[in-house]
Design a protein around this ligand. Structure first.
Ligand SMILES: [Zn+2]
Length: 348
């Protein structure tokens, strides 16, 4: 197991030295459950509530995991609420409806505490954002169906909507800066969420991120990623800060996003936060890490392709976030140098 990535790579986030242009790229955090595993001894993968169980059992470990990412160079932390739901907490933690609602809010409070501690450590740094994780309906089924979208066939969209509303409301009420509608496998749920944002949460912004197939072009449920991404963005460009993919093998990202904004007047801002590229086998857990190129080796290419929000998902640690941050800084420096060179040329 990799150690939690501590030690700051903070050549970043010093207000006084950063131009507006340099701030355009936002570095996300990494896999929350992955980093949390460095702070707890209990098994997380395989738990019916996944990392959300620790909201009830180990609040300090959650704060520590968020802090690892901030110290590693993340501009934001994503709350530990991916698999949190009112029904899930009532059933598996034996809480009341109200207590379950409060526990979802707790995920925001803990993320905020981590940000405050970080700001105390680095008083000159920009306050990090707290992003509320909204996993798909399928995640609550605990059968991996967020990676197939199979429930889209059998679950009325109204059921999904009713399930999502209170958990999103709890995150918004607790004061998130942004929502991450993430690992969404199918068009029907994505469309519903984007509309829901408009109707129920008109003052809250979000990014929308899909789970996809191995073919490098389709959503997990089979629709075209690029078509659905453009369609959803156009439904609500005022509230969507970005659309993209997460928890995908990094090697698949380039083909997924290449050309998505070809001939578009209003380009879709892109968010990408892949997993480590390892495969997950129920009986073996995560395998083949040694066969995967680390996420950071792809970052410059993605930035060239227009990605503005970049980070990691499952099996990426704070150490990976720190390397992603370094690649982003390198890319920005190169860009600045090129601009400078070009400027000099035109003056001659
Ligand atoms: Zn993931």
């Amino acid at each position: 197991m990799a150690p939690p990535g501590v030690g700051s790579s903070s050549e970043k986030r010093h207000n006084d030295t950063m131009s507006a242009n340099e701030r355009d790229i936002v570095v996300l955090d990494g896999g929350f459950a992955t980093q949390l595993s460095c702070h707890v001894s209990q098994q997380i993968d395989g738990d019916v509530l996944w990392s959300a169980r620790f909201l009830a059992t180990d609040k300090e470990a959650i704060i520590d995991a968020h802090l690892d990412f901030l110290r590693a160079g993340a501009d934001l932390v994503i709350t530990n609420s991916y698999q949190a739901s009112i029904g899930g907490f009532m059933e598996h933690l034996k809480l009341t409806k109200d207590q379950s609602y409060e526990l979802i809010k707790e995920s925001v409070k803990l993320a905020r505490i981590a940000c405050q501690r970080y700001n105390k450590e680095f008083p000159n740094s920009t306050p990090p954002m707290v992003v509320g994780s909204v996993g798909p309906y399928g995640a609550s089924l605990h059968d991996g169906s967020e990676y197939t979208g199979s429930y889209a066939k059998t679950t009325p969209v109204e059921t999904m909507r009713e399930w999502h509303i209170p958990r999103i409301r709890a995150l918004v009420e607790a004061g998130v800066d942004l929502l991450a509608l993430e690992t969404i496998p199918c068009k029907i749920e994505a469309e519903m969420l984007v509309e829901l944002l408009k109707k129920e949460f008109p003052n809250t912004k979000a990014w929308l991120s899909f789970s996809v197939r191995q073919d490098g072009k389709s959503l997990a449920y089979g629709e075209s990623f690029q078509e659905v991404a453009r369609y959803c963005y156009d439904l609500n460009p005022q509230q969507l800060v970005a659309v993209g993919v997460n928890c995908v093998a990094p090697r698949l990202v380039e083909t997924l996003i290449s050309g998505i904004n070809k001939d578009r007047k209003n380009p879709v801002p892109l968010v990408v936060y892949p997993n480590s590229g390892e495969s997950y086998k129920v009986e073996l857990g995560w395998i083949d890490r040694d066969k995967c190129e680390p996420v950071d080796t792809y970052v410059q290419k993605w930035l060239d392709l227009g990605v503005t929000w970049v980070g990691g998902c499952c099996r990426t640690y704070a150490t990976d976030v720190s390397r992603i941050r370094q690649e982003v800084e390198k890319w920005k420096r190169n860009k600045e140098e090129k601009r400078h060179q070009n400027g000099q040329c035109t003056q001659k």
